[in-house]
Design a protein around this ligand. Structure first.
Ligand SMILES: [Zn+2]
Ligand SMILES: [Zn+2]
Length: 374
């Protein structure tokens, strides 16, 4: 081979290597991405750029690109060819005619409605209740929290093997995962049935040397941090979904983590009912009889003036418009605040006060307190 020819080969190879990085880039992945990473990336990006949802210019082209990248990388044979020989290699593999699946059909079958055999089983969804203070529901908040979960071992990527050379085709079933068992039920009558291969547990492969990181368990315990966005006025039981963030396993696509927001029960303090807020305020006998002005510090620290003229009965509820919780998804509007008044009586009164009260309540002197008789 002459120097020029060699140079050309090198040039050609480097061109292929450059394009080889591209399909991974389209899915925002590195070349070591697992099958699960690829599915996750497709799931996220294809939704984001679906032209039904994304009206930005270029979204449809991007959607088609994403579909093509997924079509190639999710197929282990095509991925291998692509990794080694790039797009040109793929074309050669398909006999020169570039066959592309319809990206919309692909989307359809990925998100349901496709052949059940092509759908990957989804792992369990984890649902948790999360108590949030009313102050956080009033103002909206970002709350950091942690979840302990199982993730695929990042050393073996969920195979459980020390290296890819340690994954062998099961000799007992020839990689089928099942074996045919012939059984004689009665003389002359033999049934054939398929049973799961017990050598490989139905996987069709056996592991030579186990992965030293996970000890062959394929998954590891992991603590992951998340941020829960509490929307203003969040209703009780409002669900925030963290897609694909539940336990990982090589046997399924990770389910979702669902967080249900609940307001904390705060003793003696604020209570809510939908967007209404409830507060109990204690006033003195004098205030109950003569009226008053008081300041109530609201959940976010702003001050609401409580003002009453004349008599306030114990248990009276005053409605203050627009001082309740923000209305969910319309946070510029608020519900109402309901203040219930509790009247506290003095433990005892002085003889002088008593004399004055008698005079005040019974100006004609007809009123006699039982103890005055003594
Ligand atoms: Zn491992
Ligand atoms: Zn087997």
């Amino acid at each position: 081979m002459g120097t020029t020819a060699l140079f050309l080969v090198v040039l050609l190879l480097s061109a292929l290597l450059v394009s080889a990085a591209d399909l991974y880039k389209v899915l925002e992945l590195s070349k070591s991405a697992s099958e699960q990473d690829i599915r996750k990336a497709y799931k996220k990006l294809s939704r984001k750029y679906h032209p039904d949802k994304n009206k930005e210019p270029g979204a449809e082209e991007k959607f088609v690109e994403i579909a093509h990248a997924y079509e190639v990388l999710s197929d282990s044979t095509k991925r291998q060819i692509y990794d080694r020989h790039g797009e040109e290699g793929l074309k050669a593999h398909e006999g020169g005619q570039a066959h592309h699946a319809n990206p919309f059909d692909m989307f359809q079958s990925f998100f349901g409605g496709g052949h059940p055999s092509q759908q990957v089983r989804k792992g369990p969804t984890s649902v948790s209740e999360f108590e949030v203070s009313l102050a956080d529901i009033y103002t909206g908040a970002s709350i950091d929290f942690m979840i302990k979960k199982r993730i695929l071992c990042d050393h073996c990527r969920g195979t459980g093997a020390a290296s890819s050379n340690d994954i062998h085709t099961c000799t007992a079933c020839g990689g089928q995962g099942v074996r045919i068992v012939r059984q004689q039920i009665m003389p002359g009558m033999i049934t054939q049935s398929q049973v799961q291969c017990n050598e490989c547990g139905g996987r069709g492969t056996v592991i030579g040397k186990k992965c030293p990181h996970c000890g062959g368990n394929k998954v590891m315990d992991h603590t992951q941090h998340y941020t829960l966005e509490v929307p203003k006025g969040s209703p009780e039981g409002h669900e925030v979904v963290f897609e694909g963030e539940a336990d990982e396993s090589p046997d399924w696509e990770a389910g979702d983590v669902v967080i249900r927001i609940r307001s904390k029960k705060e003793h003696g303090g604020w209570k809510r009912k939908e967007s209404g807020l409830y507060w109990k305020e204690t006033i003195s006998v004098a205030e109950a009889l003569l009226g008053f002005e008081r300041n109530l510090t609201h959940l976010d620290g702003h001050v609401v003036e409580l003002k009453r003229e004349g008599v306030t009965q114990p248990g009276f509820v005053q409605t203050i418009k627009g001082e309740g919780l923000p209305i969910f998804e319309r946070p510029s509007e608020h519900g109402d605040l309901f203040v219930e008044y509790n009247v506290v009586l003095p433990a005892e009164i002085s003889p002088e006060t008593k004399r004055r009260l008698l005079k005040a309540f019974y100006p004609d002197g007809t009123g006699k307190h039982p103890t005055d008789e003594l």
